[in-house]
Design a protein around this ligand. Sequence first.
Ligand code: GDP
Ligand code: IMO
Ligand code: MG
Length: 426
Amino acid sequence: MTVTAVVGCQWGDEAKGKFVDVLAEHAEIVARFNGGDNAGHTVINQFGTFKLRLMPNGLFNPRATCVIGPGVVVNLATLISEIEMFRQAGLDPGERLWISPRCNVVMPYHPLIESIFEQAKGGARTGTTGRGIGPVFADKVSYNGIQLYDLFDPQQFMDKLRLQLAIKNPILQAFGLQPLELEAVYQEKLAQFAQVQQWVREPFGLLQATLQRGSNVLLEGAQGALLDNNWGTYPFCTASVTLAGGACAGLGIAPHWIDKVVGVAKAYTTRVGAGPMPTELTDEVGQTLQREGQEYGTVTGRARRCGWFDAELVRFTCQLNGVTGLALTKLDVLDTLPVVKICTGYRRPDSVESRRYWEGDAHWLAGCQPEYIELPGWQRSTKEARIFSALPAAAQVYVRRVEELVNTPVSFVSVGPEREATIRAG
Ligand code: GDP
Ligand code: IMO
Ligand code: MG
């Protein structure tokens, strides 16, 4: 039996969705432990193409149960539409979905408050996905959240909602927005809750029993380590814990259960939203990466910023997560380049020594210059390769160099979005 966490090792969108799909084949439980519908996990398999934001990526395996743990914040409208999407693909959740009643609920005021923050910050804004994620987590940690538990008790929900609107409406009005109407929000949320209530039941017992039985469990992380609220490029980060360690708190699983951590990283770097990105390319190479990699946000459609692989960052995030094997994705996107570069560390004007990510904050990182090594490109398609030795020699050298620089074995290489376009590298 194996308990495997799948986590992002860059700024999100590393293709975690694809790898959860690959690994879910043998899982009894697939569980989400953090974030909310700011995530967008693409899955391409025999059922079609899916972009999952909230639902764990396990329903494709008829033996798997999906769990949404208390570390996740739930947007009920998104949940309903995803359940519908699965039903249309002939995959009814039936008894296979468990959503913790401890999950906090995204309320209509959360995205509005977020838009106030973002507008007020102007050029310094985070560039969020606009899903209200920061404000819903802020309410959670300041004891102002509304949990799914509250929706089981209409009177309790009404009391909490009335209080929250008494706090939030004056803020909305002060910034020129319309106040929210108590009865309308109340009715809307209760009606949405009624559609999902059958699945809202605490999964703790199920998880513990499954772990005790020795079954395979997959823990699906959202976002990436560099968006983590503690270790990311704060305040250009997200609100939740995106690390393998977050799976423990976000699901109620003790650390000793986790056997493997699959860290997912692109063979280059992307970032959507604002904040420092040392290897960002604004030249033609950057445009090639964006075009070849189809780098547009799954949730917002925004163009993703692109740049060279940053081994300094990924070495750090492998340490942070205890990555046991890296999944290096989208190698095919580099196929046409005559030269490929890898960042190995940073230089700053004030020092002669190479510097590390964790030495400074986001502002400090913005002042760092990447140090690169250059490798020859392979200028041949990798898309059809299914074993490591079928990759062009220069591509093999690139992967081995990445492995060396991040000090972590590469277990998988991905050369296309489909499930089959996966090479087991070690
Ligand atoms: P996630 O949020 O980490 O699950 O990643 P996203 O789904 O947001 O973004 C990854 C994108 O890359 C999706 O459009 C995938 O279909 C696509 N993708 C995944 N693996 C590969 C790959 O190896 N090569 C190419 N070209 N595309 C890939
Ligand atoms: P997946 O799971 C990429 C980014 C946003 C913004 C910052 C804060 O698909 O990898 P938020 O809405 O969370 O308050 O936005 O975090 N962000 C992501 N970027 N992939 C994601 O999820 C992201 N979720 C949030 O772009 O910079
Ligand atoms: Mg994504």
